[in-house]
Write a protein that binds this ligand. Structure first.
Ligand SMILES: [Zn+2]
Length: 228
């Protein structure tokens, strides 16, 4: 990863990041949020999530890892068939410092997109950086591939071992939120979020659809301290 100057880092972390450069929440007061699931597809776990989402009438975005998807493309087809969105999460889940060249970064994005597009016949619009980490070089390649980098505004910390019984801090969703979960660990958290959504009369839409309804600019730094 190239070395970023202190000034560049501070600028990128500050409020001046335009939300179309990095998205982490939608500027909407409509009662919509987005549930997102990373690191799949996982044969049994993803199917269980799909079933639960169907029952709740919720639509989500799945940020899939290319290498996992390649093992069984029918899982991607199942996700798309339920009306969910498929986003790119890299081919090998590499963070910026694990990709020494731009060519490699590009390959991670394009190989994954190619797999998704084989199933959806539509261009992939969104990319979730593995571990939420970005560099200027990666940002450049993301935008060059006509992708939009999407972080999150609410983290369940499910992949870090947090459970509803043992959470990491308070967890509550509100309009425009993009909620981070992982196929492998999401099941108990999904119940919590769906219950909150029902109580607050919120609906989940795929991220691309959620962003269409934006009417104001989301302020504040991107939520993930690991970014940059
Ligand atoms: Zn991931």
């Amino acid at each position: 990863m190239e070395k970023l100057s202190r000034w560049t880092k501070d600028t990128l972390k500050s409020k001046v990041i335009p939300p179309y450069v990095i998205t982490w929440k939608a500027g909407t007061s409509k009662p919509f949020i987005s549930l997102t699931f990373d690191d799949g597809p996982c044969p049994k776990k993803t199917a269980r999530i799909l079933e639960r989402l169907r029952k709740a009438g919720a639509r989500a975005t799945f940020f899939v890892i290319g290498a996992k998807a390649a093992q069984d493309l029918s899982l991607l087809a199942d996700i798309a068939a339920e009306g969910h969105e498929l986003g790119c999460h890299g081919y090998n889940h590499r963070r910026p410092q694990e990709q020494p060249s731009r060519a490699l970064m590009r390959q991670e994005l394009l190989r994954t997109n190619e797999l998704i597009e084989k199933v959806t016949f539509r261009p992939v619009k969104l990319f979730r950086p593995p571990c939420g980490e970005l560099s200027l070089a990666l940002l450049y390649e993301i935008h060059r591939a006509f992708l939009r980098p999407v972080l999150w505004s609410k983290d369940t910390f499910d992949a870090l071992g947090a459970t509803p019984q043992n959470p990491r801090g308070l967890f509550d969703v509100t309009s425009g939120d993009i909620v981070l979960m992982h196929d492998r660990y999401a099941a108990p958290w999904l119940e919590v979020v769906l219950e909150q959504m029902e109580r607050l009369e919120l609906r989940s839409l795929p991220v691309s659809r959620l962003l269409e309804d934006q009417v104001f600019t989301v302020r504040g730094p991107a939520p993930n301290p690991a970014a940059f």
